[in-house]
Write a protein that binds this ligand. Structure first.
Ligand SMILES: C[S@@+](CC[C@H](N)C(=O)[O-])C[C@H]1O[C@@H](n2cnc3c(N)ncnc32)[C@H](O)[C@@H]1O
Length: 276
C-alpha cells in the first residue's frame, strides 16, 4: 500500500462536502430552529467553515436580515461564498478571522442570535471566543452550539482510531487542547459558557451520520483523508495498513443499511442565553 499524501482542509472538503452537508443538514436546521430565526434577524456564526449553518441562516433571515460568519480559513470560507452565490444570497458576510478576534469585524450588542456548529472545540481559546460573541450579542440573545458527545458515542472518530491502536501507539487525548472531544463533558460546557457570561437553558442530543460509503475501502479512504489519519497510517508497514483497512471494513459492514454504510456519532446541541 503506497504512502498517502496529506490533503489540505480545502482539498478534503472539496471532495467530501456534498455528502457531509447532506447527512448533517438536520443538525444545522435544528440549530436554526432552536435559535428561533425569523426574517430580518442579525445572526453571528462562529467557525463557519464551508458555510454550516451560516448559509442556511442567511436563507432563513432573508434579504432584510444579515449573517456574519467568521473562520480563520479563507479557503473554506470561499466554499461558503460559492454556496451563497449559488443560492442567490447577498446577506452573508464572511471574514477570515479567529472567533477570538471577532471584535475586529462585529459591532457590540448588534446580533439577535449566534450559532457555532462543531467549532468551539477547534479553537485555541474558546472562552475568549465566547466572550467576544457575548459582546456582539444583544442582551438576552441566544447562542446555539453543536458539540460532540463522549468518545464512546462518536464512532466515526473513535472506531478507526481504536482499530489503529492495534498497530501503533496513538497521541494522548488532552481535554484542554483543541480537538473533537474538548466539550464532550457537559460540566466543561457549563464551566466555559458560564465563564463567558452565558447560561445554558437547554441541551439535546442527536445521532448524526457524517459519512456514507458503498464499501469499507471507500470509508477507509474518507477516514484517512478527512480525519487526517494519513500521517499515523503512513508510519505503518504496507501489511499493517492493509490489516487496519480490513479491520475497519469488517467493523463497519454491520452498519450497512439501504445498501450503504453510514458512520457518525452523537452530537449535543446546546442553547445558551447571553446574561446581562
Ligand atoms: C469541524 S469544522 C466546523 C465547520 C462548520 N461550522 C461545519 O459545521 O461544517 C471546525 C472549524 O473551526 C474553524 N476554526 C478553528 N479555529 C478557529 C477559531 N479560532 N475561530 C473560528 N473558527 C475556527 C476551522 O477553520 C474549521 O472550519
Amino acid at each position: 500500500m503506497p504512502s498517502h499524501r496529506l490533503l489540505t482542509a480545502e482539498e478534503v472538503w472539496r471532495k467530501y462536502d456534498a455528502v457531509e452537508s447532506r447527512l448533517t443538514a438536520p443538525v444545522s436546521e435544528r440549530m436554526l430552529d432552536l435559535a428561533s430565526l425569523t426574517p430580518g434577524m442579525r445572526v453571528l456564526d462562529l467557525a463557519t467553515g464551508r458555510g454550516e449553518p451560516a448559509v442556511r441562516a442567511a436563507e432563513r433571515v432573508g434579504p432584510t436580515g444579515h449573517v456574519l460568519g467568521v473562520d480563520p480559513s479563507d479557503g473554506l470560507l470561499q466554499m461558503a461564498r460559492e454556496k451563497a452565490a449559488r443560492a442567490g444570497l447577498s446577506n452573508l458576510e464572511l471574514h477570515a478571522v479567529d472567533a477570538e478576534a471577532l471584535d475586529r469585524v462585529a459591532p457590540a450588542a448588534h446580533f439577535d442570535a449566534a450559532t457555532s456548529r462543531w467549532g468551539l472545540m477547534s479553537m485555541t481559546s474558546p472562552v475568549a471566543a465566547l466572550e467576544s460573541a457575548h459582546r456582539a450579542l444583544k442582551p438576552d440573545a441566544i447562542l446555539v452550539a453543536a458539540l460532540w458527545a463522549e468518545p464512546d458515542r462518536v464512532p466515526y472518530y473513535t472506531l478507526p482510531r481504536r482499530l489503529l491502536a492495534r498497530y501503533r501507539p496513538l497521541p494522548p487525548f488532552d481535554p484542554e487542547a483543541p480537538g473533537t472531544f474538548r466539550y464532550a463533558d457537559p460540566q466543561r460546557i457549563a464551566r466555559d459558557f458560564g465563564r463567558a457570561g452565558f447560561t445554558i437553558e437547554h441541551t439535546e442530543e442527536s445521532d448524526v451520520p457524517v459519512i456514507e460509503a458503498d464499501t469499507g475501502a471507500e470509508l477507509a479512504a474518507w477516514v484517512r483523508e478527512a480525519l487526517w489519519l494519513t500521517l499515523l497510517l503512513n508510519d505503518l508497514s504496507d501489511d499493517d495498513q492493509q490489516r487496519w483497512e480490513d479491520d475497519l471494513t469488517r467493523a463497519v459492514e454491520p452498519l450497512r443499511s439501504d445498501g450503504r454504510i453510514r458512520l457518525g456519532g452523537v452530537t449535543r446541541i446546546v442553547v445558551a442565553r447571553a446574561r446581562r
